[in-house]
Structure formats: structure tokens, C-alpha cells
Design a protein around this ligand. Sequence first.
Ligand code: URA
Length: 433
Amino acid sequence: MRMYDLIYTKKLGQALSAEQIAFWVKGAADGSVPDEQSSALLMAICWQGMSTEETLALTLNMRDSGDRVDLSAIPGIKVDKHSTGGVGDKTTLILGPIVAACGVPCAMFSGRGLGHTGGTVDKYAAIPGMKVELSIDEFKESLRSTGFANSAQTGDICPADRKLYALRDVTATVESIPLITASIMSKKLAGGSDALVLDVKCGGGAFMKTLEDSTALAQSMVNVGKAHGMKIKALITRMEEPLGWAIGNSLEVIESVEILKGLHGESDLAQMSFRLAAEMLVLGGAATDLPAAQTKVAEVIANGKAMEFFRTWTTFNGGDAKALDDFSRLPQPGQVIEIKADRDGWIHAMDSRALGILAMELGAGRQSKDDLLDLGVGIRVHKNVGQAVRAGELLYTVYAKTRTSVPIHRYLEAVHLEGLLTPKNPWLLGTIE
Ligand code: URA
């Protein structure tokens, strides 16, 4: 078999066979297929797409390129959640303790942040002492002992995805529905959970900018999950402004803890986290329908069980649980700078991508994958889309290392002000199951 023929076939828009896809994935992972040929094929896939059968074959070959986690010895339906990535998205820190406190085993591998989006693992790392990289045995032990396991990807899961993702990142081939589907679903299937709730983001700050593309991605991932016997449901959610008030690792821990303690319950972030948790409870068999699940979620917030679970789980993983009640124990910034509106108006949009990049430049995120983070820096966003502001009103508090690193005009440009109120879209744009 020759890679040249695979590239040529896909360039013409024709389907690759399962054998051809297996040949490519194996060759990409073991280095026998050169990067330039993989890159050319990735670009051809971006333009020509893949059929459902091809996407399934790509997912399975990527899943089987490395270790698989066997959670079958742990009782119960193990549930997982995946978000396609957003700015300020800390839903995992909120829903994990809720789902576990409701008795459903919750097993999640999470990523580190890259570019304008943050990573769950980096947020946990802001809690002093917290172990965020578990071996597969430690991951299983956390799940068995506490009912919750959440770690950076461990062992050698999906090395073919690692290789292909690195190539996609530098060849402008990330935004492809079959490639995103195979990349995410191969890791989810290798992670060993029985059920999965997907949060597919839609909008300026997301991979998928339109409802049509987000729906197609959600449908593609649901198809692959179902083909493998997974219980799966996708929510399509808006990413037109940062999720919640916090961007940056210590700040995001604080906001998550506040929601687990019952604050900001009406915010989009809380409502989205509670809904995702409720969907996980339904798939995990702890509730017969969504309203029953939502009642359970509200109970563990109101009676403090979800927060208590977060403290216990933090201690189990070596973290300083006192930092969840005394935020001065979390990493702190060097400077606090207030940025105020320069004119009156209604907030029509907030460029979450631009704010994610500003947070990354402060040191909250990585420009390249080996960058070290400054866990105490970040941005507090004081206003939301749909609100009125007056000149001189506080828009952001920036927590920086130094004052000179803050380009104030770019913060102001990220808020799009209009003379008239424009209605805000709801955070939930659709569901696919
Ligand atoms: N996240 C992944 O893991 N893979 C993609 O392709 C996109 C987002």
C-alpha cells in the first residue's frame, strides 16, 4: 500500500477503505509514514470530508493505537463528559463533585490548556499539592474509593491522536468534523466509560462558529458513540462570551467553589453545569428523567454534599482542601488592575477568543505546549452580553504579574458596545441524542 494513493484518492473526494485508514494511522504512530504525507492527507480530509464509515474506522484505529482503560471491575455505569473547549469553561470542576455526590461513578480524563482555551487539569493544579497526573492504577483507585476520578491523560492513550493532533495544529487542519470526531471519541472510548455527555460549543470562541456546524459535529460524535454501545447525548451550547466571571486558574477554582457552595445559581455557568450533571445522572441510571435528575442536583448543592465531596476528593488527591475555604492559600497575582468602560452602551458581544488570548498572554494559558503557567493570574469579567454599561464603570479586574504587561486598549476592544439593547441568545442551543 502507498500513502501516495491514499492522498490521491481523498484529493478526488473518494472514500478510503478501512484497510487504508488502518495503514495510515499505524504508520503515523510508528513513524513509517512521513509527516508530509500525513499532513497532505489531513488537508485533503479537511476539504473533502469523510463518510460515517471512514470516521468510524479512523476513530477505532486511533483508539487501538495505545492503552485502553478497563473500568469494568468498578460497579455502576461509569459516566464521562467532554467539552469541545471554551474560555472560562470550568463546568468539570462543578459537575464532577455533583455527579459523584449523587452516587454515579464519574471518570474523566481532562486536558491541559493550549492557546486561548484553558484546561481542566491546569485549574486543579492551582490547588496547592493537588496531584493532577495519575497512573491508570491510581485513576482506578480514585474512582473505586471516592466515586470520582479526573486526571490528565495517563499511560499511553491514543498515541496516534497525539501525533496527528500535533500535525493538525501546525497545518491549519484542526477544524474538520471527522478529524475532531475521531480525535475526541478515540480518547473517550479508550477511557473506558459507559456513558458520555458532550458539550459542543458554538460561536466566536469555539471551533464551530455556526449552529449548523456544531450540530453536524455533535451528530457525528453521537453516531460514533452509539456505534460502540455508549450511552451518549450532546448539548450544543453558546460560546459568545466567557463562561462565568473567571478566566485563569486560581480564579476559576474560586468561581467553581462558590457555585458548589450555592452562590451564582442563576448564572449561565451554574445552569449549564447543573444541566450537564443532570444529563449525566440520567445516563448513569440515578434518575429516570431530567426533572428528577435536576432535583437531585439541587439537593446536593443545597445540603452541601457536593462541596463536601470536593473537599474530600481534593484531600484524597493530595490537595490542600483548606484552600477551598480560604482562597488566600491559592496562588496569587502580583498586581490587580481595574479596567473601566471608555463610553456608554449596551454589550452586544464579548470576544471570548480575544479575552482567552489576553489571559494566555498574562500567563494563565500556554502559547506552546511546554510553557509554564502562572496559576495566580487571570481576568475577572464584570459585565455580560445584554447588559448596559456607563463610561467609567468597571468592565474587568485584571490579575497580572506586572502592571506593564496589560494592554488596556485590547481589553476594551474585546467588548462590543452598541447604542441599542440586542437580545442575548439562550446558553442552550440544542440537544442531539
Ligand atoms: N479536542 C480534541 O481532543 N481533539 C480535537 O480535534 C479537537 C478538540
